[in-house]
Design a protein around this ligand. Sequence first.
Ligand code: DQA
Length: 146
Amino acid sequence: RTVLLLNGPNLNLLGTRDPAQYGTTTLDEVERRVRDLGKELGAEVVCAQSNSEGALVDRLHEARGYAGVVFNPGAYAHYSIALRDAVDAIEAPVVEVHISNVYAREEFRHRSVTAPVAAGYVAGCGVFGYELALRAVLRRDAERRA
Ligand code: DQA
């Protein structure tokens, strides 16, 4: 079973970017934790990050036949119809993650155009949310197979 951990724009700066909102854990460390949890749960986690909308669309297409995707679309969640359509187009269940509690922040962060087509949604749990999302993706996958 393969799961894609996909991070969108500015998440390469995790660890130093606005630590009050996003914490001090780096993206490398997040990827390591999620990969380790994957190993524990019998899944191979492949990791990718891009600041480009098109590259994220391409990466989602490549994950078509995967067990699932853990996806933090960053700010694109708030307005990218292209990413919404990509999430909707692939068979693999996508669980959307936001590190911060977007509902406790600016109004423009309250709307996600990708969430309605995602299999699940985790927000406000810090980087631990990625681990929760991986567990959810694998549970979904097991249910789909049963
Ligand atoms: C974010 C929330 C978005 O509003 C913001 O643009 C990000 C990070 C989060 O993980 O909390 O880049 O997706």
